[in-house]
Design a protein around this ligand. Structure first.
Ligand SMILES: Cc1cc2nc3c(=O)[nH]c(=O)nc-3n(C[C@H](O)[C@H](O)[C@H](O)COP(=O)(O)OP(=O)(O)OC[C@H]3O[C@@H](n4cnc5c(N)ncnc54)[C@H](O)[C@@H]3O)c2cc1C
Length: 682
């Protein structure tokens, strides 16, 4: 084992061709494909050239998150409804801010990757003829959505991990990424190494550092879940956005986070059947007393209210374009409004919605046609929501009982939670970032635009990993990194990394790392959540910059051994929060309006509901509609230490999907000569 001595630290050095950071569905899939591509090219010991590192194998959204039937969105496989990659691409790009080439690659790769998962053992259901059943999400006519149950992504990553292990690819578990090391500048910049702290070995002043040198780095560390207080991202899903920004990667569409209703005691989305069975939704005071049927005050009839609860099932993300005239996202607004009054909101599957005043009692037959015909078709006309849920999807009840919540006996506390970021880091059509040899896949890649069909995140993670692996194997080759001519520069950065850790360890700041994490989360939930306002966002950005500077100057108040990890995380998370707020402020300054999954408050906008009022002035709250002009560009953000707000933002034009098709012989020649990998090749 090679080691390097940096001051008092003995740094263990590992050298590979490719390091994959992150062991979720995206990272594991990329490692599998890379091994296979290398093997196909005759590399005998492919397994010894690739490694996966993660802060925790059981962590991350793929392993820990899901919903009633977690969706995988792929091209249609119905035997009688034709689908095409072009039509799939149109769906992915419909709401704007999505690069066409990425959408087309996600479309074309979708079935290859879906069948890859089937082959590995993920139990996607099929009928007696072998036809993979699908269902519609958001009026998609092609039945593109499918599911292997509440834990689809968990199964995906576990089956992929089994394959990685069969191939003998090393997995370094419990590695906290602390820095990405670079060489070169501008166009010649490269990320050459990942530095981690080994969570198993770190003790006091021994930071247990590991240096992973590689020719290629694949970043698959997921979304920035730890940014939010009200969140359904799993605990411990941190991401490495701040570190990636510092290394020079450019972010895209960071403003487009998704929010929606989720349970908070056990973090899980309450989409799909949880809503389609139309449970009672009510609020209580902080101690669980004073129950109120708050929704009923805002809907004219029980039928309208119950139908909107039903529609939340497949109109799950909060959508400002589904508020006006009593649509389903009004439910999210009302739940949020209630929690803002320090009240708690619950879903109770034991009871149907309860009327107030002159509202009629709940009767399934009062549901509007779309909801009623669905419940009739599925035979879900039992008396209570829990009976309907048990009939339609017993696994949706089981997942809660596995986590100590019995939906037959107790209500479920819910809130409007941060769930996913459609944005992330910019990539080209091979998922290579703005820094050559560094690829970004999965949720960390910003390939989705303002809206995405439910389930397309998992598809994007798989196709992105496939594309990155194919490119690495064919263009960059299998060589193990040799940075001997750059060892001075690498040691210099390692030394700076150790100095920074020493500085943190010796610091006597005012706040503990836990307090800093909390401060970031509260700020992001308040000012960068699903309801935004320009002055508030500007104020939050200024506070976030101050916090980051305070941390860098004064450090933390450390008390226990785990504080070192928390402090390292807090530092890069603080930078991540600046990036997100800077993007939000810039977009609001451009007059973006309400789009995707966030609403922008504005005095001269559209009324949300006459009874939803500004707490201070008592006037009806209004929101600004979307500025559709901005759909044709992507907001790109790069770290710049000299800029007052630490980031520079610019709008970049969208890349289109290549449309010309080549004759087979020409394509075959391009493929044989590997010219398909050239930039600009269609
Ligand atoms: C409640 C919920 C429901 C969802 N439902 C759906 C759905 O139905 N359909 C759909 O398509 N998508 C859904 N998503 C989104 C989807 O699950 C994620 O986008 C996807 O699983 C992300 O996969 P990934 O491999 O990119 O990252 P993850 O699975 O999040 O993995 C990240 C990896 O990086 C590691 N890591 C993170 N930070 C660090 C660090 N600092 N140092 C070292 N390692 C680190 C983690 O430990 C983990 O191994 C849902 C998300 C949530 C939260």
């Amino acid at each position: 084992m090679e080691t390097r001595q940096i001051d008092k630290q003995v740094v263990k050095v590992h050298t590979y061709n490719t390091i994959v950071v992150g062991a979720g569905a995206a990272g594991m899939n990329c490692a599998v494909h890379l091994y296979e591509f290398m093997k196909q090219k005759g590399v005998a010991d492919a397994q010894s050239r690739i490694a996966v590192i993660t802060r925790g194998l059981p962590l991350g959204a793929s392993r820990m998150s899901g919903s009633d039937k977690q969706t995988y969105y792929k091209m249609g496989t119905s035997p009688d409804v034709p689908d095409s990659a072009e039509s799939f691409t149109k769906t992915l790009t419909a709401a704007g801010c999505t690069h066409g080439d990425l959408a087309l690659a996600e479309a074309v790769g979708s079935l290859q990757e879906f069948y890859h998962l089937v082959q590995l053992g993920v139990p996607f259901p099929h009928d007696a003829m072998g036809s993979f059943a699908g269902y519609k999400t958001d009026h998609d006519p092609y039945e593109r959505a499918t599911s292997a149950g509440p834990k689809t992504s968990k199964m995906m990553s576990e089956f992929l991990q089994a394959q990685v292990e069969t191939y003998g690819v090393a997995i370094f578990d419990k590695q906290e990424v602390v820095q990405l090391l670079t060489i070169g500048t501008d166009q010649k910049k490269r990320i050459v190494a990942v530095v981690t702290m080994d969570r198993k070995a770190q003790e006091g002043a021994n930071y247990a550092l590991k240096l992973f040198l590689a020719e290629n780095i694949v970043l698959a560390a997921g979304g920035p879940g730890a940014l939010y207080e009200t969140t359904v991202y799993p605990k411990g899903q941190l991401g490495i956005h701040g570190l990636a920004f510092e290394a020079g990667l450019a972010g895209e569409n960071l403003t487009e986070s998704q929010f929606g209703l989720a349970s908070i005691k056990f973090r899980w989305n309450v989409s799909g059947t949880y809503m389609q069975v139309v449970p009672r939704i009510y609020s209580t005071d902080a101690d669980g007393n004073d129950e109120r049927e708050f929704l009923a005050n805002y809907f004219p009839t029980m039928g309208k209210m119950a139908t909107n609860i039903f529609l939340k099932g497949y109109q799950w993300p909060f959508d400002p374009q589904r508020i006006e005239s009593l649509q389903s996202s009004l439910v999210d607004i009302l739940v949020f409004n209630e929690t803002q009054k320090s009240r708690r909101v619950f879903m109770d599957f034991r009871r149907n919605p309860v009327p107030t005043g002159s509202m009629r009692r709940f009767d399934l037959n009062d549901l509007e046609e779309e909801a009623l015909s669905y419940l009739k078709q599925t035979g879900a006309q039992q008396d209570t929501p829990i009976q309907r849920l048990a009939h339609m999807n017993p696994l949706a009840i089981e997942i809660y009982s596995e986590h100590g919540i019995d939906l037959y006996c107790e209500p479920l506390e819910i809130a409007v939670c941060a769930q996913h970021n459609n944005g992330g880091f910019g990539v080209n059509k091979w998922w290579e970032s703005n820094i050559p040899h560094t690829f970004v896949i999965g949720e960390m890649a910003g390939t989705h635009g303002v809206k995405r069909p439910g389930g397309s995140a998992l598809n994007a993670g798989q196709t992105g990993g496939l594309r990155a692996a194919e490119y690495i194997a064919n263009v960059y080759g299998p060589d193990i990194a040799d940075y001997s001519s750059h060892s001075g520069l690498i040691d210099e950065q390692l030394k700076a990394c150790v100095d920074q850790l020493d500085k943190i360890a010796a610091s006597t700041g005012q706040c503990t790392p836990v307090e800093v994490h909390k401060q970031i989360r509260l700020r992001m939930t308040t000012s960068a959540g699903h309801i935004r306002q320009i002055d508030d966002a500007k104020q939050a950005l200024a506070e976030a910059i101050k916090l980051y500077k305070d941390i860098n100057n004064g450090g933390f108040k450390l008390s226990g051994p785990t504080d070192m990890f928390l402090a390292v995380q807090a530092r890069h998370l603080a930078l991540t929060s600046i990036a997100y707020l800077k993007a939000i402020v810039t977009l609001l300054e451009q007059g973006s309006g309400s789009r995707g999954s966030h609403l922008v408050l504005s005095e001269d906008g559209i009324e949300i509901h006459p009874d939803i009022t500004d707490n201070v002035r008592g006037r009806a709250l209004k929101f600004k509609p979307e500025n559709e002009q901005l759909r044709n560009s992507v907001l790109r953000l790069e770290y710049n230490a000299d800029s007052p707000e630490l980031f520079r933002a610019q709008n970049v034009v969208l890349r289109s999907a290549p449309s010309g098709r080549k004759a087979f012989e020409s394509l075959w020649r391009d493929f044989r000569q590997a010219s398909i990998f050239k930039i600009g090749a269609g």
